[in-house]
Structures are given as structure tokens and as C-alpha cells.
Design a protein around this ligand. Structure first.
Ligand SMILES: *Cc1c(COP(=O)(O)O)cnc(C)c1O
Length: 409
């Protein structure tokens, strides 16, 4: 077995071409973000905290404008009052769907935490409000357009749901091009259906976003890609004005919408995080590419495959046993800047079906643009590695972990 550092050096050489492509994407997105700041005349007064009702909260309103410019949408909500990605997605669904409507997921089972949002019993789920749900599965790694057509003809869904990233699936993330192609085909037989994209983990991994590819509404978490590792909490929603308005009325109250909501800690870290995000996402993508190449070289199955450009910031690795998976997560924790001495154990995390183990030695609790690893404890033992504020951190962590793993062999 070659020394791990030599192996990493060799992989870096092999990945030079793809690294350049990732650099180009980051440059493109950095320009898009910088232009958005300039066009909207963001100024330090937008950082100011507000309290109480938050009428005329300039920071809140400017964040929404900024996201509209970046994603090329009519309207947006960016708010620390949105607890996380699940909350943002749930708000979209409850904002748009009405009793008797049907939601159709075309990317199989949505992310775990949406299970109960959709089908929970007696907890105020969509199902409790008489909103129906159905799904179609992936075919050859993409939404199955023929199956979707059949289901649309039967159920006439009000909303079609697409998950961009892989989540906890052994599945490549969808590219924006694939999403665009699917939406264009869908429009031929479902012109009025609302198309919503779960954009979690996808932001800035490509030059364009699903909102550039025909999606009506997209949503995600501020403590993943778009927050640049600095946003302390929150979520965003962006898209057509008529839908964003309905969702804002669900976020606060039907009579108030986006006119209220204060934040006493101020908004600087949101603005600064969005500004840094294209570059931090670049680091995370390079880290992800290194991880997939390294584990492939060591004989593991990975997604994306070794040397491929990732289309989100997650590398899924199929481990050989539960203990190996747990060891891997503990290695990531040990290599973290925060709580490196903590030892993660599997636990019954709210919203998840199986026990989950999470390594998250992060500055922002659960912030997964930072180097983190997690996994549901079930065979086949797949670990999901994500993030990395700096490429160098990912490299150091992986070198350490792989060195230990290969020594134990
Ligand atoms: C993380 C994630 C979510 C949920 O986000 P939280 O912030 O953890 O609630 C939803 N969908 C996908 C694809 C995700 O990766």
C-alpha cells in the first residue's frame, strides 16, 4: 500500500483538469454575487439589527432583493426566522397547497425530515389537511418522464417536487441541465403545475440554479452552501412572486406576509456569508472530489465516482461494515476545529427513520457547509461526507482517517 500522502498527491495531479472547471464555476458565481451586491447598493446600514415587529427592516428586505438578483427570481424570502431547510421546504408546501390538492415527488422519497411533513398522523401534516401525495421513482438516474406523464393524467397534481441533491439516497445529484430538460418536457403536458425544487446543497455548485431552468419556487438552508459558513441560522425561498407571497403569509400570518420579522443580532454575517459562498462551495467541491477519488482508490464504492466533478457538496461512501462507518464519522469529528475530543454515537434524531450518527465539529451547530459526516445506521453502510470551509482542512482530515484505516487492515 502506497503512503496516503503520495496517493493524495497523485490524485491531485489527476484531478487538475476538473479542479480548473470548478475554479471557473466559482469565478462565474463570484461575479454574479458581486454584481448583485453592487446593483442593489448593499451598504453597511443593511447590517443593522432590528427589534419588535421589524417593520421596514432594511437588512431583511435587502437580503431578499440580493437573493432575487443572484437566482434571477421575482421574489424571495431570506429569514433567520426560518429554522432550517426542512422548515423552508415545509413552508413552501403549506403556502402553496390547499385541501384536495395533490403533491407529486418525481425524485422518489423526499429527504427524510419531510416524511412527517407530508404524511404524519395528527401532527398537522399535509395529509392531516387533506392534501394528497404521490411519487414516481428515478429511472436511469433521472425523473421518469413517462411515468410522470401517466401520474399527472390521473391525479392532476397542483405541485411537482424535485430534489436536486442526493440527500440520503445512493443517487447522483441532478444537474441543473437535467432539471431544466425535465421541466421543459413536463410543461408540454402540465403547463400550470407549480414546480418546486429542494435546492439544499446545490447552490453555486454550477453556474446556474434551478430557478434559471424553469422552476417556479426553490428553497434551501442558510447553514448550507448559500450561507458561506458564516450565516448563523435561517432559510431562503425564491421564485415567482405569487407563490413567494403565499409562503410569506404562511411564515408569519396571512394578514402580514413579509412585512414583519425582526432580528436583533443583525445581518452582517448573512451578507458576508453569501458573498463568500461561491468560494467556500468551491473548496467543499474540491474536498468532495478528493474524498471520492481517495476512497475509490482504496477500493470503496463512492458517489460521485472517483475523479468526477460533484454536482453537490456530498460524497457518499459505501463502507464495508457498521463499525467502519462509525469509525469514519469519529475520524471526521476528531479532525474538526470544534469539539475534536467529542465521540459521536448513533442516536434517534428527530425527523429521521433510523438511528443516525453525526460528526459535526462545526462553528455553526449542524452547519454542513463545514466538514461534517453523517449516516443513517442501516445496511448498506453508507457514510455521507459533506462540506469543508477550506480544501486544506478536508485534505488533512482525509489523510489522517485513511492512514488509520489502512493501518488497521
Ligand atoms: C439538508 C437537507 C434538507 C433539510 O435541511 P435541514 O436544514 O437539515 O432541515 C432537505 N433536503 C435536502 C436534500 C437536504 O440535503
Amino acid at each position: 500500500m502506497k503512503n496516503i500522502n503520495e496517493l493524495i498527491a497523485q490524485i491531485e495531479l489527476e484531478n487538475v483538469g476538473n479542479s480548473k472547471i470548478i475554479d471557473e464555476t466559482a469565478l462565474f458565481n463570484q461575479k454574479k454575487v458581486l454584481d448583485a451586491f453592487r446593483e442593489n447598493r448593499v451598504s453597511s446600514r443593511h447590517f443593522a439589527p432590528t427589534n419588535g415587529y421589524g417593520y421596514d427592516d432594511q437588512g431583511r428586505d435587502m437580503l431578499a432583493k440580493l437573493i432575487c438578483s443572484i437566482f434571477h427570481t421575482e421574489a424571495a424570502i431570506v429569514s433567520p426566522l426560518i429554522a432550517n431547510g426542512t422548515h423552508a421546504l415545509s413552508l413552501c408546501l403549506f403556502g402553496i397547497l390547499r385541501p384536495g390538492d395533490t403533491m407529486l415527488s418525481v425524485t422518489g422519497k423526499p429527504y427524510d425530515t419531510l416524511n412527517e411533513v407530508i404524511g404524519g398522523k395528527g401532527i398537522g401534516s399535509l395529509s392531516d389537511f387533506g392534501i394528497k401525495y404521490t411519487q414516481t421513482e428515478y429511472k436511469d438516474g433521472k425523473p421518469d418522464i413517462n411515468e410522470v406523464k401517466k401520474v399527472v393524467n390521473i391525479y392532476r397534481p397542483k405541485l411537482i417536487f424535485i430534489q436536486r441533491s442526493k440527500g440520503y439516497l445512493w443517487q447522483d445529484a441532478l444537474s441543473v441541465e437535467e432539471i431544466g430538460k425535465f421541466i421543459a418536457e413536463l410543461r408540454l403536458f402540465a403547463p400550470d403545475t407549480v414546480v418546486m425544487v429542494d435546492n439544499c446543497y446545490g447552490e453555486f455548485t454550477e453556474k446556474f440554479e434551478p430557478s434559471n431552468a424553469g422552476a417556479d419556487i426553490i428553497a434551501g438552508s442558510m447553514i448550507k452552501n448559500i450561507g458561506g459558513g458564516l450565516a448563523p441560522t435561517g432559510g431562503y425561498i425564491a421564485g415567482k412572486e405569487q407563490y413567494v407571497d403565499l409562503i410569506a403569509r404562511r411564515l408569519t400570518a396571512p394578514s402580514l406576509g413579509a412585512e414583519v420579522g425582526s432580528y436583533f443580532a443583525g445581518y452582517q454575517s448573512f451578507f458576508q456569508g453569501i458573498f463568500l459562498a461561491p468560494s467556500i462551495v468551491k473548496n467543499a467541491m474540491k474536498g468532495c472530489m478528493l474524498a471520492s477519488s481517495l476512497f475509490s482508490a482504496l477500493g470503496y464504492e463512492t458517489l460521485p465516482k472517483g475523479g468526477e466533478i460533484p454536482s453537490d457538496i456530498i460524497c457518499a461512501i459505501k463502507f464495508k461494515s457498521e463499525s467502519e462507518l462509525i469509525e469514519f464519522c469519529r475520524g471526521i469529528q476528531k479532525a474538526s476545529p470544534i469539539d475534536s475530543n467529542a465521540i459521536p454515537y448513533p442516536w434517534d434524531m428527530p425527523g429521521y427513520e433510523h438511528q443516525v450518527i453525526m460528526a459535526a465539529g462545526t462553528f455553526v451547530q449542524g452547519g454542513s457547509l463545514e466538514l461534517t459526516a453523517d449516516a443513517p445506521l442501516k445496511p448498506p453502510y453508507i457514510g455521507y461526507l459533506q462540506g469543508g470551509l477550506t480544501y486544506e482542512h478536508v485534505k488533512l482530515a482525509l489523510a489522517d482517517i485513511c492512514d488509520n484505516m489502512t493501518r488497521n487492515d
